[in-house]
Design a protein around this ligand. Structure first.
Ligand code: LIP
Length: 281
């Protein structure tokens, strides 16, 4: 009989709400200093680290046998490896650039995996206090309301969500901008970018958007929202049309398989190293 992770889900929901309070206290102050990581657009603040340390400590105290994979822990040099052990995949503040600027889309993202399979995902959009969550086989919800994708099959009637991401090299930028141009000429109804992959993808789960694609994001950005889209009846796959691999840094999340594959044919990826790649010597 499959293990029941209900207690862990409820614990995760409680942690997300506590973390959101810490985020919003800092967000309202607008005084946060930041430093840059991989590029001038890849920021980290003391709040990112404070929230991640809070989550890591609380999870470690309750579940000492579980593993923890967090954006800022990895940035600080911890090995990124997803094993069969119960693992919490955390983005303490998804949308850090938005957080620094006071742009109202920031989220706490918490996913929980066992045997490399996501059992549940939680995305708490902090400013509008929307709690998106899903458990494997249990459906997807926002503030207790059941979610369903739009099931749109006609790509010319799709609202598309994507991100420019943090990459600023010429190949990444030219690929991302040419993808947007291609889709606008397809045409699609429009292209949007909220600045947080987690909240972007949740718009597909609610039916407010019909497809999300991105190349270059990280597993912690989308691990939780991927299961939320899947449990809302959506399709989540690789940008090449193959099986979704959360470590590949490529994703399409769509209202239907028809739309997912049409977008896969239209867009191009640029090379980026896997999240779980062996560290370069
Ligand atoms: C963000 C992603 C977003 C991307 C940003 C950044 P972070 O994650 O959610 O999709 O466009 O460049 O990577 O760094 O704010 O947790």
């Amino acid at each position: 009989m499959a293990a029941d992770w209900t207690d862990s889900l409820n614990f995760g929901l409680s942690l997300a709400k506590q973390a959101s309070q810490v985020v919003m206290e800092a967000y309202e102050l607008r005084t946060e200093e930041f430093t840059c990581k991989s590029s001038a657009a890849d920021l980290v603040t003391q709040s990112d680290v404070k929230v991640e340390n809070f989550l890591k400590s609380a999870i470690g105290s309750k579940y000492p046998q579980h593993r923890f994979l967090g954006e800022e822990s990895v940035a600080a040099g911890e090995r990124l490896e997803l094993t069969d052990l119960p693992t919490w995949i955390i983005d303490p503040i998804d949308g850090t650039v938005n957080f620094v600027h006071g742009f109202p889309f920031v989220a706490v993202s918490i996913a929980f995996c066992v045997n490399r399979q996501t059992e549940f995902g939680i995305v708490l959009s902090c400013v509008d206090q929307k709690v998106y969550y899903a458990r494997r086989g249990g459906g997807a919800y926002c503030n207790g309301r059941r979610l369903r994708v739009s099931e749109q099959q006609d790509v010319s009637k799709c609202l598309v969500v994507t991100e420019i991401g943090a990459e600023r090299d010429d190949l990444a930028l030219s690929t991302m901008t040419s993808n947007i141009l291609t889709l606008l000429k397809l045409p699609v109804h429009g292209v949007r970018a909220l600045g947080t992959a987690a909240v972007d993808m949740c718009q597909v789960a609610t039916g407010a958007a019909d497809v999300y694609y991105h190349v270059g994001m990280h597993c912690w950005d989308i691990a939780a929202s991927a299961i939320i889209v899947q449990e809302a009846g959506g399709v989540v796959m690789d940008t090449e049309g193959s099986r979704f691999d959360m470590m590949s840094r490529r994703v399409i999340a769509a209202s239907s398989s028809v739309v997912a594959h049409r977008i896969a044919r239209a867009i191009r990826a640029f090379p980026c190293s896997r999240d779980d790649a062996e560290p370069s010597q």
